[in-house]
Design a protein around this ligand. Structure first.
Ligand SMILES: Cc1cc2nc3c(=O)[nH]c(=O)nc-3n(C[C@H](O)[C@H](O)[C@H](O)COP(=O)(O)O)c2cc1C
Length: 263
């Protein structure tokens, strides 16, 4: 049983059973959990008008439960769209590191992220002090593709002699990375996107790295040796270089039209 139902509070309104997509709740005089099918999405708890339902395994997360007025959408469409318009990939960073408190603020967005089958198995790694070790491993893995991508070749040359190149060919001025792991690619990408938007709302910025991602595609097992605590069934599905922007962009950029087809 995954739910704690306070039968004294329950008014048998049936909202919980209506929103349950697993048919896990029956209501007669009061709500009762009838199966073991619950995947702890919490919709029954969130919809209850009298707070009669709690998720048993999240009892110690009470500080995350907050009542709100669902008619009050806290962000205006125009504001959110403006943030999306102004977002640029940031590659040029100030010489200032993001502290753990600020990282926590970003991971808060991921905490509330949806996930496939509600697995909630997305996890993050911040690479900071071990950046050089990590990037050496990335190169060791992705160098097999250096004839396909000039950036990988440049990266190899940079590692041999960094004095010849102004900037790191993969990280530019980046000094901190957020790597996102999950068994499900979409869940990882969604979680990182939320984190990214919160980062921009705090005046931070960053860019995704295709080449670091390749390390997981090319040799997942070797990559995971660097992260012994992470379940090997999870893959690194997002790599985001993050920091305090140095260059300020001044205007939005036109994009190709988005193709939308209605069937
Ligand atoms: C999946 C993904 C991978 C990317 N890989 C890199 C990368 O390896 N290096 C880089 O400098 N930018 C990378 N970018 C950033 C794109 O180049 C950038 O989004 C594009 O040039 C448009 O600029 P904008 O993000 O400022 O709109 C990546 C973006 C995405 C979404």
């Amino acid at each position: 049983m995954k739910l704690i139902i306070d039968t004294d509070l329950c008014t048998a309104c049936k909202l919980c059973s209506q929103v349950c997509i697993r048919d896990n709740i029956a209501v007669d005089d009061f709500a009762v959990e009838i199966g073991d099918n619950c995947f702890e999405c919490g919709h029954c708890m969130a919809v209850c008008k009298v707070s009669a339902i709690t998720l048993k395994s999240f009892e110690d997360h009470k500080d995350k439960i907050q009542d709100y007025d669902s008619k009050n959408i806290p962000v205006e469409y125009d504001d959110l769209l403006q943030l999306l318009k102004q977002r640029r990939s940031i590659r040029w960073f100030k010489n200032k590191k993001i502290d753990n408190e600020t990282f926590d603020k970003l991971f808060e967005g991921a905490y509330y992220s949806p996930s496939a089958q509600n697995e909630q198995d997305v996890e993050f790694v911040v690479v900071d002090e071990k950046l050089d070790d990590f990037m050496n491993l990335v190169y060791d893995i992705i160098k097999v593709d250096d004839d396909k991508f000039f950036r990988i070749k440049e990266f190899g040359e940079y590692l041999k002699d960094s004095s010849t190149k102004k900037l790191h060919p993969l990280l530019w001025e980046g000094k901190q990375l957020i790597l996102t792991f999950s068994t499900d690619k979409t869940s990882a990408v969604i979680a990182n996107t939320r984190l990214e938007l919160l980062a921009y709302s705090l005046g931070l910025g960053g860019f995704y790295s295709l080449f670091i991602l390749k390390a997981d595609e090319l040799d997942h097992n070797k990559l995971m040796e660097f992260f012994p605590k992470i379940d090997k069934n999870k893959h690194m599905y997002s790599t985001f270089i993050i920091g305090y922007p140095k260059v300020r962009f001044r205007r939005t950029i036109p994009h190709k039209n988005i193709n939308v087809t209605y069937y």
